[in-house]
Design a protein around this ligand. Structure first.
Ligand code: GUN
Length: 301
């Protein structure tokens, strides 16, 4: 395999983590200990794995982490009460509510209950609106990680045609907003798009976030395109279980100039950017509480 085309998300995430760790040390020396609260409602196995990894990465970064595993029958009122307590606790800087939630809890109500300054997922409408206005707000972690990988691979993104496949609130929509902020021409494709393949074939940058295993093959891609594969799909193949992306990697590889593998591409960046957002939230809150002081200086902006 021609590995020179591979975008190494693990190495990029390790680099972000190195900067985050340095910032955490600096903040601690200044009397600020960043802290992240992670809430998981129910026992979805994939969510349990994600939450465990988030807690482990927080520890690695020196960020205090608090885990709130709630039973699947937790009521919406009980969840909102916990979120209100965490909002009011000055020692907590970030609150992450792992999705999906059980169906009896309204996702929008729960996400809107998180104080925007502690919304390290960037899912509150205050932060969503701020991003769409191009303001500097807490931004969803997976799209932020994708942007870093794209900037590392392409340099200046200005004027490039980017196609985002998928329009979820977690990835597709914020990804499109970030690409627009970086001065790309952006097309968002979705299940009702007409001529999706021919539109995608015009793209310099393709971000695939549809959740359909290997949907995007070489026939969707212009020669030399840069491809970011956000999909993490578990499939059974040749009698074993494996993870594949939304892109048919083997088919796409000869066609592209750079591509993220699955696993080892976007995944590690999501968690690294959660840590970065937690540090940013801690700094902003320290600013508000101690507005007479200079802003603590960060390694990453
Ligand atoms: N479930 C899948 N991805 C995410 C994410 O980025 N944040 C949260 N809170 N839940 C998720």
């Amino acid at each position: 395999m021609n590995t020179s085309k591979l975008i190494d998300g693990k190495a990029a995430a390790n680099h972000v983590m190195t900067l985050v760790k340095a910032d955490v040390q600096r903040l601690k020396a200044d009397g600020i200990e960043p802290a992240l609260a992670v809430i998981l409602v129910g026992q979805d196995p994939a969510s349990q794995v994600y939450v465990r990894n988030k807690i482990l990465r927080a520890e690695e970064a020196g960020i205090r982490s608090l885990e709130y595993p709630l039973s699947a029958d937790t009521t919406q009122a009980q969840l909102l009460k916990l979120i209100a307590e965490l909002n009011a606790d000055d020692s907590i800087n970030g609150i992450l509510l792992q999705l999906p939630l059980p169906s009896h809890i309204e996702e929008t109500i729960a996400l809107q209950a998180i104080a925007p300054v502690k919304d390290v997922d960037g899912f509150h409408s205050e932060n969503v609106g701020g991003l769409s206005q191009g303001r500097d707000v807490l931004t969803p972690c997976t799209p932020s990680g994708c942007m870093q990988l794209l900037e590392d691979a392409c340099g200046d993104l200005s004027g490039k045609h980017a196609v985002v496949i998928g329009r979820s609130n977690i990835v597709g929509k914020p990804m499109a907003a970030l690409l627009l902020k970086a001065h790309c021409s952006v097309t968002v494709l979705h299940s009702r798009s007409v001529n999706a393949k021919s539109l995608c074939r015009q793209a310099d940058i393709v971000v695939a976030a549809v959740g359909r295993p290997r949907m995007i093959d070489a026939s969707w891609l212009k020669i030399g395109a840069v491809v970011i594969d956000v999909g993490i799909n578990r499939i059974e193949e040749d009698g074993r279980s494996r993870l594949v992306g939304d892109v048919d990697f083997e088919s796409a590889l000869p066609q592209v100039s750079a591509i993220t593998p699955v696993p080892g591409g976007v995944g590690p960046m999501t968690i690294a950017f959660l840590m970065k957002n937690t540090v940013t939230a801690a700094v902003q809150q320290a600013h508000t509480q101690r507005s007479f002081l200079e802003a603590p200086c960060l390694s990453i902006s």
